[in-house]
Design a protein around this ligand. Sequence first.
Ligand SMILES: [Ca+2]
Ligand SMILES: [Ca+2]
Length: 233
Amino acid sequence: MVEIAKKLNLMIIEIFVIFIISTGVFLYYIKQPVFTHNYIENDFDDDKLGSIPSEFTGTGRRFEEVQVVQWNETDNHGNVVEIGYFEERELFGTELSILFEKSTKGIVEFDVYNKVGGQIYIDIVQEDFIYDPDDDICIRMPRANRDHITAMDGLGVHKNILYFTEKIWYSFRIQFDTETGWDLIIVGLGSNTFNHFQFFHQPEYFSQLYWGIYILDNVFYIDNIRISLLEQY
Ligand SMILES: [Ca+2]
Ligand SMILES: [Ca+2]
């Protein structure tokens, strides 16, 4: 009898712990700012220098070395966001996300400038409680050990998209439809259009634009983010 009572007690404690953890995870997620409009636009020109833009969050991402800076080159960028990884940490790298409402169709646009040339991860993903990159939109600029910007095709392998040059602004336009696939237009030093990329695994929805760098002393800049949600999940 004592043994059974002990087991029962343990079970109750386990259920209680699982309940507390799942409630915590749930509350963490609902606390994150999520764009609730169908259109998001930010050129960062009105953001305070040195600040982290308020819509940059991510789900427990590491983004200490992110700040709005003034672009000094002679072009029309004004303020941009600098994303660096300068200080080595145990959980290495810098990564962040912009969350939006779960959508099955949408258009994601942005400009990106890679200053050092190390690999930048640019992904459009779900909430990923269980990480599954096979149903994500994955772009690398450039992909490690290649001299190209790449994107993952329907077989789960990266295809060369456009020859990569550092210290150049590139503009991306990605149109996704979870039913049919995604299209990409990229303009930089040269341009290219890719229609009908298939998903390796069909995604249910997308809800995050994700950025990451993992090589020390790398830095990149982003500007002119526009996200149009055409059909919600
Ligand atoms: Ca700007
Ligand atoms: Ca995924």
